[in-house]
Design a protein around this ligand. Structure first.
Ligand SMILES: O=C(O)CCC(=O)C(=O)O
Ligand SMILES: [Fe+2]
Length: 424
C-alpha cells in the first residue's frame, strides 16, 4: 500500500517533484544521501507529506509519502485552520480546495493617480473651526459618494492601544487548535465564533483566512483566552464607537439631515458592533488564493486597521485599487445599510483581501450596524416620489444579518434581496 501510494505520488506529481526546492550544491556532500525538506501534496482529497531522498553516488532518487495527520481530516465539515496548513514545513503549493480563479480584469492597480483615496482629518470634525468642520463634512460626503471608502487620521486613539489590540488578536490566533476549538461556536449567530475561510459549510473554495468574530455591543462578549483580550477589546471597541458616532453625525449632515439623524434612526445606543479579526498567513501561491473575496459589509460603517501589512483592495470606478494604508490610520468603508438609508446615494464599497507569500497579515474590522430590531429603509426625508422613489425595501437588520452570515460571501448579493427592481 505504502509503495503504491509512493508510485502514484511519483507519477501524478512529477511536476511538483521537479519544482520542489532542492538543497543547494554546497549543502550536498558527494557521497551522502540527502533528504530534501518534506512538502505536502494533495491526491484525491488526501494530504501527503512527501520526502525525497537523493543519492548522488547512485544517481537515484526515492520518495516516501505519509498521511499528514492534521490535514487528514480536512473536509468541508471538519475544517482546520489555514494557519496550521501554512506552517506545515515544506508547503510549496496550496491544496486545490483553496484555488481561487481570477480573470485579467481582477488585476489591481497601484497607480498613484488612481489610488488617491480620500483622507479625513478627524480632529477637524470634532474640534475644528465651524469653517473647517463644514469643509470636512463636505469631504466626508464626497468620499462616501465617490468612493465608499476613506482613511481617517488624527482619530485620537493612542498608538499603544491600537498595538495592544493587534497583539492580543495575534495571541488569540497563536492559541493551539484545541484551545481555539472552545470558541468555534455552533451557529452563525453565536456571539463568539472563530474559524477559517468564511462559511465552510456552504463554500466550494476556501479562503486563505482564519477569523475570530465577536459581538461586542450592545452586550459585550469576549473569549476568555488570552486573559487580557476582554479588557483590551472592551476599551478599544468603546473608543471606536465614539469615532463612528462622530463620523455618522458628519455623514448625516452631508446628506442634509440633522447631525443626530442616523444615530437616532438606527438606534445606535443599542446598535450591533462586531469585532472581526482576520489572520492571513503567508501563502506559497498567493496569486492562486484569496484571503477574502469581493464583498460589501452589512451595517453602516466598518472601521479597519491592520498590522502594517497591506492586502486590502477596493473597487473604484470598476477597477481594483490597492490600499496603501497610512500607518496608524483607520480605513473606513460604507456598508449596505448606509446605502439603503441614503437611498443609494452612498453605495457600499466592494472590497477584498489578497494574500502574500512572506508575511502574516492581521486586520481588525469593526462593523457597526443598527439595533437588531431596526427596520432599515431609505430615509423618508431623502425621497420624493417623482425623482427619488425608494430604491430599497425595508428589512429588519436581524434578518439581513442572519441571511448574510448563512450564505456565501458574494459581492453585493445581500442588497439584491431588498433592491427595488425597476420593471419599466
Ligand atoms: O482584511 C481586510 O483588509 C478586509 C477584511 C474584511 O473585508 C472584513 O473583515 O469584512
Ligand atoms: Fe469586509
Amino acid at each position: 500500500m505504502q509503495t503504491r501510494i509512493c508510485r502514484r505520488v511519483y507519477e501524478e506529481s512529477w511536476v511538483m517533484l521537479i519544482g520542489c526546492k532542492l538543497p543547494s550544491n554546497n549543502d550536498i556532500s558527494p557521497n551522502a544521501d540527502n533528504l530534501v525538506t518534506p512538502f505536502i501534496i494533495e491526491l484525491s482529497g488526501h494530504y501527503l507529506s512527501v520526502s525525497i531522498h537523493l543519492s548522488l553516488s547512485l544517481f537515484s532518487m526515492a520518495a516516501t509519502a505519509s498521511l499528514v495527520p492534521s490535514l487528514a481530516t480536512h473536509s468541508p465539515t471538519k475544517m482546520r485552520y489555514v494557519k496550521s496548513l501554512a506552517e506545515y514545513p515544506g508547503l510549496t503549493s496550496i491544496p486545490s480546495t483553496y484555488t481561487y480563479t481570477t480573470t485579467a480584469t481582477d488585476h489591481a492597480t497601484s497607480d498613484p493617480e488612481e489610488c488617491s483615496i480620500p483622507i479625513i482629518d478627524f480632529s477637524l470634525l470634532v474640534s475644528g473651526t465651524p469653517h473647517q468642520r463644514s469643509k470636512i463634512i463636505h469631504d466626508l460626503g464626497k468620499a462616501c459618494q465617490e468612493w465608499g471608502f476613506f482613511m481617517v487620521i488624527n482619530h485620537g486613539l493612542q498608538e499603544s492601544m491600537m498595538k495592544a489590540m493587534m497583539e492580543v488578536c495575534k495571541s488569540f490566533f497563536d492559541l493551539t487548535e484545541e484551545e481555539k476549538q472552545e470558541f468555534e461556536g455552533k451557529h452563525v449567530w453565536d456571539p463568539i465564533r472563530c474559524g477559517t475561510s468564511f462559511n465552510t459549510s456552504v463554500e466550494q473554495v476556501f479562503f486563505w483566512r482564519d477569523f475570530l468574530r465577536v459581538r461586542v455591543h450592545p452586550e459585550f462578549h469576549s473569549p476568555n483566552k488570552p486573559a487580557e483580550f476582554s479588557k483590551i477589546s472592551l476599551e478599544y471597541c468603546k473608543k471606536i464607537r465614539e469615532v463612528v458616532s462622530e463620523l455618522l453625525e458628519g455623514i448625516s449632515e452631508s446628506l442634509g439631515l440633522e447631525a443626530c439623524y442616523i444615530n437616532k434612526a438606527m438606534s445606535l445606543e443599542t446598535g450591533i458592533q462586531t469585532l472581526i479579526a482576520n489572520l492571513y498567513p503567508p501563502c506559497p501561491q498567493p496569486d492562486h488564493a484569496m484571503g477574502m473575496p469581493p464583498h460589501s459589509d452589512h451595517g453602516l460603517l466598518t472601521v479597519l486597521s491592520q498590522n502594517g501589512i497591506d492586502g486590502l483592495q477596493i473597487q473604484h470606478k470598476g477597477k481594483w485599487i490597492k490600499v496603501n494604508a497610512i500607518p496608524n490610520s483607520f480605513l473606513v468603508n460604507t456598508g449596505d445599510h448606509l446605502e439603503i438609508l441614503s437611498n443609494g446615494k452612498y453605495k457600499s464599497v466592494l472590497h477584498r483581501a489578497v494574500v502574500n507569500d512572506n508575511a502574516t497579515r492581521i486586520s481588525l474590522g469593526i462593523v457597526h450596524g443598527p439595533s437588531l430590531e431596526t427596520i432599515v429603509s431609505p430615509a423618508p426625508e431623502l425621497l420624493n416620489i417623482e425623482n427619488h422613489p425608494p430604491a430599497y425595501l425595508g428589512m429588519k437588520y436581524r434578518e439581513y444579518l442572519l441571511l448574510q452570515l448563512s450564505s456565501h460571501l458574494d459581492g453585493k448579493s445581500g442588497l439584491d434581496r431588498v433592491r427595488v427592481v425597476n420593471t419599466e
